[in-house]
Design a protein around this ligand. Sequence first.
Ligand code: 4AD
Ligand code: MG
Length: 482
Amino acid sequence: MLPLLVREILAQKPGNQEVTIRGWVRTKREMKSLVFVEVNDGSSLAGIQCTFDLAAAGAGVKAVLAAVGTGASVEIRGRLAESPAPGQALEVLAEELRLVGEAPAEDAVSGADAGAAGRPKIPAYPLQKKRHSLEFLREIAHLRARTNTFGAVARLRSRMAFAIHQYFQQNGFQYVHTPIITASDAEGAGAMFQVTTLDLEGLAKSGKAPDYSKDFFGKRACLTVSGQLEAETYAAALSRVYTFGPTFRAENSNTTRHLAEFWMVEPEMAFAELEDNMALAEDFLKFIFRSALEDCAADLAFFDAHIERGIIDTLRQVVDSKFTHISYTDAVRELEKAAREKGFEFRPFWGCDLQSEHEKYLTEAAGGPVIVIDYPKEIKAFYMKLNGDGKTVRAMDVLVPRLGEIIGGSQREENLESLTGRMAELGMKPEDYSWYLDLRRYGTVPHSGFGLGFERLIQYITGMANIRDVIPYPRAVGQAEF
Ligand code: 4AD
Ligand code: MG
């Protein structure tokens, strides 16, 4: 069996039983003859206090204790006891201490390298006990998971990914692994990263145009912007499916809510119309929020106290609320009215793409999540089902306060003629999508689905302002470190 983690030890009843703690030192404090070492192993926000009594400790333990500082990895053996200190129920009355790996508090010479030529210096451990800015922590993203904030984000991300699978598996959705490399532009927006093994430098030197028939896949290929089109084909066989994987967008948008690589959750349902899709999105989000409240209570309390006040109450309210539904046309009317009173940076008008300031206004006016439906076809993707008015499509965006769009989805056009007509209007070649059109040729059904940006979800739950702080290693314009 695996050794116990701090989270599991903290759940035990103290009875002087022997425990072993392995983790990284957060702080070391001395008081008279006592030394308190706070150890965190990332299994929970809370670390465990290990108390050494210098009066009882041997010379060996004292020597190691003197060398232990913030960031060092240690193994401590002792007995679990009730703690007299406020704010913690338990502590370890420590007996043995092993320094597994040091983390110098000042620029130091590495012990391992001592004597070697050049004697490289190890700079001081950058996460000394003090508050660090999120910008600074982004520069040391390989160490930031050792902070309270990023440990909490990582645990929440992990648990929410699990909750997503749980929700869909409980509701009859099959998990489909859609491809990451693709030759189709799922959104028809052209913001794709190309994947090639052609000798680009050689081609540039020779001045020749690339011949994609000689490329690895025999055609031009890219990283996917969405697994939707392939998910649709499986929904037309398995009824309910979802994909959950990385997606890529080469948009040049340097904002706090856009990444070039992000994770997307995309359910797709056969025999389902827009109303079913809206109901699914609402039920799904509430399930996820409930799971966050129940399963990540300590981490959420941390975010509430240190990142964004009130997020726990907000999540509770959302779980108990009914999402507001509004058509794009009505939303624009409201926005035009608001524009006369308060003014926006971008003037709203029928036909405009809703800007994030518009989305935020709508959610604040509604006091919670809003689902906007029936957008003009010009600002939405080619696959969305055309409404009877010939002008709008059965699109839906779920907007949340603070963030704006968290989900984008639609009922899909299941009629072959309407879909090919729309593609022709957009100058798309039907032969490039012939496999997709086959769904409409053989046993077509009304079907619907949506995409949830996983990082936007984590941003919403944690209150983290910048999307770069809710994914371990953010990829954005001009940024691919680590
Ligand atoms: O609205 P989008 O572009 O919709 C689709 O890709 C559809 N194919 C989904 C579907 O119907 N199956 O993206 C869906 C969601 C957005 O609402 C947003 O939450 C997130 O993905 N998203 C991004 N998240 C981070 N960085 C980006 N650059 C994002 N672009 C979209
Ligand atoms: Mg969208």
